[in-house]
Design a protein around this ligand. Structure first.
Ligand SMILES: [Zn+2]
Length: 55
């Protein structure tokens, strides 16, 4: 089983998961379909989590 680090980008208002990956640079604006709020993510931001494959 391989462990790898992964970033998860969630709505800052309701916690809904938008996407996973690593945003290195640039800015992404996402409108939450759940609570209709806009979230802006900048490169380097994000919640770093460790996931276990197959878990
Ligand atoms: Zn939301």
């Amino acid at each position: 089983m391989e462990n790898k680090a992964q970033k998860q980008y969630r709505c800052k208002y309701c916690g809904k998961l938008f996407f996973k990956g690593d945003l290195v640079k640039g800015v992404v604006e996402v409108k939450c379909k759940n609570c209709k709020n806009f979230n802006v993510f900048e490169g380097g931001e994000g919640e770093l989590v460790h996931v276990s494959e197959g878990a």
